[in-house]
Design a protein around this ligand. Structure first.
Ligand code: MN
Length: 733
């Protein structure tokens, strides 16, 4: 026996020669040098690999390419079929493929490789459509999908070698993702086989039972179909209509679905048996329909004209169901040869090699196809242009990304991890502090790409930043961020407003505890605030003055204290105390004016220095210098941090304490004061003493001077340093 001496390597050779013969018959004039080269490169790359079945790995790409050859696909497709697993599984690089086989093949191999890396399996039914779209969105050449479908078909045909869990996963993915894509692309033949194979693995019992039942009726059904076919052939011939008539039985999975959906038995599936009439012209399709209806009684409501109105996937045929011999129902499908090819092969039919028929007609149809596809999604701007290069971007407005658990999140193009986080859940968005894409940390402004696996890093208590509003692309994220920012700012304003009122009451020597809730609510409603909380917020935002509110609450008690109330200008506040009744006018809170602010005692920031606000409990907003050592500790409570800035055009000065170490010599103080005079800085207090700590031979001058801003302070300090005999100048608080 020859098979005994033929080793596994020969199986590969055998398949290749089958492929070679097939393409030579289909395309006698083509040059197959590149195809042979693809075979050699792939065989070499896979030579040490085996499939789970034990066969050499190369058997798989060869079978995939045979499927493509049977579909009469072009050479780019066939070369891609042979090479499709090399970049993923071997040392062959995409660059090498580009160099050896050109840009188109490289693009297709790259596309197939990218799809292989995706885990498309989805348990959620509503996810399936997103996954299918994502898959199509990742493809820039429709031939990638065709190769991928051939790849999947061969894997399904050899699924019995895999362990059960993988069988289930692959079959599920095939049924949910790949079979519907084949359907969309009009590839009825592949779709049917993918569905039946999946069904076999996913519902082994139901499938086996159905097959048994169909088998038990087979002889009877075949007899019926043969009889019917013969009668149709005779009738059509009598009318001079050229036709090929085939009997067919509905596919197992279609039958199963129908029985399940309509809760019926096999004997009630009226279109179980069908005849297919393939004729030469549209005119003869309608003529054949007339012949059929003349001979057998049509079942009302079962006549469908998909020639006049094609299905969305461009399927065309006339359908009717008639009462056949013995009163048995039979479906009849009537179509032209061209329609038949399209029904079986769909979009793949357009890549078919057609000798002497390479005119614009073929390309036109290809464009129509994709236009149709695109209309299905309504989003391509100029299909003709995209199609001329065979490149497609079916979903230019969308990007599809995965959660680590494999859920697909559909977002607009250029969406960021923040949008992704909010798409999962508002809490995830609000507490998002970072993101990993495909395992790597990325900036939050990163633009997500199709197929990215995104992991959001969260930290409880974290709040969204205003800066995010400039980055996010989805309105959901934008609205949620705005909402949180408004809520936190309001909470801060309420807290500040409340303390503001309490402080004002203390100043006036009035105990707020004596005021009843009813009084508070009355005053709140006087101000148009529904609740006391709203009044506090309005006070915090500086809409009303606390003194006025207090006056309304306790008019008789406040009369005296208010007339004596000091004017803010007449009595400048000491450092570390709120400087004015309405807060420190030289600093304002970004985005919400007139919150009560004061400069922190610890660092006493002056104009021009970097500052940051911190909401205290009870004293309004403390403003620290960003250099202040306390800031680091305070900022652990990020939610209490608030952005502040120096208000413009205010001529207020800040008291700044400095220590000046000098030689102990006469005239020093005089020189100092003239420097300060020259810099227009007033001295508020001055104290000179012997410098005990630094060796005893010098003097130390402790001064508080009035400073407008950081620049003035720098000028003063530099000028003081230049005075001969000055050893050091230090700012102290
Ligand atoms: Mn493969």
């Amino acid at each position: 026996m020859s098979t005994d001496v033929v080793g596994p390597a020969s199986l590969v050779e055998q398949l290749y020669s089958e492929l070679d013969q097939k393409v030579r018959v289909l395309r006698p004039k083509d040059d197959f040098t590149q195809l042979e080269k693809a075979y050699r490169v792939a065989s070499e790359a896979h030579k040490d690999q085996k499939r789970v079945s034990g066969e050499p790995y190369m058997v798989h790409p060869l079978n995939v390419t045979l499927i493509l050859a049977d579909m009469q696909m072009d050479l780019v497709c066939l070369e891609t079929g042979l090479l499709h697993d090399t970049v993923e599984d071997t040392r062959v690089s995409l660059d090498q493929i580009r160099k050896d086989f050109g840009e188109e093949v490289a693009r297709c191999v790259d596309g197939v490789t990218k799809l292989s890396k995706l885990h498309l399996y989805s348990r959620e039914e509503r996810q399936a459509e997103s996954v299918r779209k994502m898959l199509l969105a990742m493809v820039n050449d429709i031939r990638v999908i065709i190769v991928k479908l051939a790849d999947r078909l061969h894997n399904m045909r050899t699924l019995q070698f895999l362990p059960r869990d993988r069988q289930q996963r692959i079959a599920q993915e095939t049924l949910e993702i790949y079979a519907p894509i084949a359907h969309r692309l009009g590839m009825g033949k592949i779709r049917g086989e993918l569905e039946d194979l999946s069904f076999q693995y996913l519902e082994p019992d139901a499938s086996a039972e159905l097959v048994r039942e169909i088998e038990s009726q087979r002889q009877q059904n075949e007899e019926f179909l043969n009889k019917m076919r013969h009668e149709v052939e005779v009738n059509l011939a009598r009318e001079g209509i050229p036709a090929r008539v085939e009997g067919r039985m509905k596919r197992a999975y279609s039958i199963f679905q129908k029985m399940k959906r309509q809760k019926i038995g096999l004997d009630q599936v009226y279109d179980l048996l069908a005849l297919r009439i393939v004729t030469d012209s549209v005119k003869n399709c309608y003529a054949a329909l007339g012949v059929i209806h003349n001979e057998w009684h049509p079942i009302p409501g079962r006549i469908k004209d998909f020639i006049a109105i094609p299905r969305p996937n461009l399927y065309q045929s006339l359908h009717t169901s008639v009462m056949g011999p013995g009163g048995r129902a039979c479906e009849v499908q009537i179509r032209t040869e061209e329609m038949h090819r399209l029904a079986e092969e769909g979009i793949a039919a357009h890549w078919k090699y057609k000798e002497g028929k390479k005119g614009p007609g073929v390309d036109d149809q290809r464009v129509i196809w994709l236009r149709q596809l695109v209309e299905w999604q309504k989003e391509l701007h100029d299909p003709g242009e995209f199609m001329s290069t065979l490149k497609v971007d079916l979903y230019p407005e969308e990007v599809y990304a995965f959660t680590p658990m494999g859920k697909v999140i559909v977002l607009p193009r250029d969406a960021t991890p923040i949008d992704f986080a909010y798409a999962i859940h508002s809490d995830v968005g609000n507490t998002c502090v970072g993101a990993k894409v495909n395992g790597r940390i990325v900036p939050l402004k990163y633009s997500l790409k199709n197929g990215d696996v995104v992991e959001i890093l969260t930290q409880s208590g974290h709040l969204p930043s205003k800066d995010w509003l400039a980055i996010v692309k989805t309105s959901k994220a934008r609205n949620k961020i705005k909402h949180v920012i408004n809520t936190t700012e309001r909470a801060k304003a309420i807290e500040i407003g409340q303390k503001y009122l309490e402080r004002e009451a203390r100043r006036a020597g009035v105990g707020l505890s004596r005021i009843t809730k009813a009084d508070l609510e009355r005053v709140a409603s006087d101000y148009g605030c529904g609740k006391m909380e709203d009044l506090h917020a309005a006070l915090g935002y500086g809409k009303f003055s606390a003194r006025q509110v207090l006056q309304k609450l306790l008019p008789e008690q406040l009369e005296v204290p208010l007339t004596e109330a000091p004017k803010p200008a007449a009595q400048p506040a000491a450092p570390g105390q709120p400087s004015a009744l309405t807060g420190d006018l030289v600093i304002k809170v970004k985005g919400c004016d007139d919150l009560l602010v004061y400069r922190a005692k610890c660092c006493n920031p002056i104009r021009g220095e970097g500052i940051v606000g911190y909401v205290t409990r009870g004293k309004g907003i403390a403003v620290h210098s960003t250099n202040c050592p306390n800031v680091q500790n305070l900022m652990y409570e990020v939610e209490r941090k608030i952005d502040v800035e120096w208000a413009r055009a205010v001529t207020e000065t800040f008291p700044v304490k400095v220590m000046i170490y000098t030689d102990d010599r006469p005239g020093m103080l005089n020189q100092l004061t003239s420097v300060l005079f020259a810099e227009q800085s007033d001295i508020r207090s001055l104290e000179a003493s012997a410098d005990d700590k630094r060796g005893g031979d010098g003097a130390v001058i402790d001064m508080t001077i009035e400073i407008r801003d950081k620049k003035q302070l720098e000028r003063v300090v530099n000028a003081v340093r230049r005075i001969s005999g000055v050893r050091d100048v230090e700012r102290t608080q």
